[in-house]
Design a protein. Structure first.
Length: 195
């Protein structure tokens, strides 16, 4: 079995990245985390990945000003140099252009902390609480040009409990994220192996 080479794109602490790294240690996992790429120099997840012996790279978006495509071309060069098959966005806080999304169509996935199509965008936990939602959750989906709009791969709900704050709800959702992201990547990587 040839394991698919995966890049995880992060901007911060990288707890979902860490969950993917752990899962990929299983001998039967169909993907390996070949690269962790951050747009934020010094993002916490970079040190975690490096300690696991995983190649890391930083492409600082600020160096490209408003030229999003120039930033993405720089990322693309790193991804191609590492012969990446699949991209996992994990707390990657940049909006991607149709050019970049098109390059990775069907091969780029994202984890979002809500039951899409509900609560696209930011501050999902606070918005769900403000609405009096009784359930919330996480979704892994394909990335398409519309933000948080691509086809769902896996989704799992958690209950909203009395007294929940945005923080307590985020913690409950994050446990789900760490479980379903590795499952979804397994599904996608297996599909490619069979193609
Ligand atoms: C997660 O809640 C993810 O769903 C969202 O950003 C957060 C990133 O957390 N897109 P981490 O960096 O994976 O810990």
């Amino acid at each position: 079995m040839s394991r698919k080479r995966v890049a995880v794109l992060i901007s911060g602490r990288g707890s979902n990245m860490a969950a993917l790294i752990e899962a990929a240690k299983a001998v039967d996992y169909p993907a390996e985390i070949a690269l962790v790429l951050s747009n934020v120099p010094g993002a916490g997840g970079l040190a975690v990945a490096a300690a696991e012996g995983i190649a890391t790279a930083t492409v600082d978006h600020r160096a490209y000003g408003r030229d999003r495509e120039a930033f993405e071309r720089a990322m693309q060069a790193v991804l191609e140099a590492q012969r990446i098959d699949i991209v996992c966005l994990a707390g990657f806080m940049r909006i991607l252009t149709p050019w970049f999304v098109g390059r990775w169509e069907g091969r780029m996935i994202n984890i979002h902390p809500a039951l899409l199509p509900a609560y696209k965008g930011l501050d999902t936990h606070a918005r769900a609480l403000a609405d009096g939602a009784t359930e919330h959750g996480a979704t892994v989906h394909f990335v398409t040009p519309g933000m948080d709009e691509g086809e769902t791969i896996l989704q799992e709900a958690v209950p909203v409990l009395p007294g929940d704050t945005a923080e307590s709800l985020a913690r409950r959702v994050l446990e789900v994220e760490h479980r379903i992201y590795p499952q979804a990547l397994r599904m996608i990587a297996t599909e490619y192996t069979l193609l």
